[in-house]
Write a protein that binds this ligand. Structure first.
Ligand SMILES: [Zn+2]
Length: 66
């Protein structure tokens, strides 16, 4: 990871924390940093799990970028 992308990831984390504080929205980002981001608020546990899974596992999106 380059210094720039580390700073960007840190900025994302700050933005996510800000969103959580101001709007109560939780943020899930792709661990591969493909840009996919899921934000949700006041969803059921089952729906939150589904969104988490979607944010963590979406290989089709990564393959289409190659
Ligand atoms: Zn991704």
């Amino acid at each position: 990871m380059t210094r720039l992308s580390t700073a960007k990831a840190l900025g994302n984390r700050v933005a996510d924390a800000y969103a959580l504080i101001t709007t109560g929205m939780r943020t899930r980002r792709c661990p591969e940093n493909c840009g996919l981001m899921v934000r949700y608020r006041a969803v059921s546990d089952a729906e939150a799990k589904r969104l988490d899974a979607m944010a963590a596992d979406h290989d089709g999106r990564h393959q289409s970028r190659i």
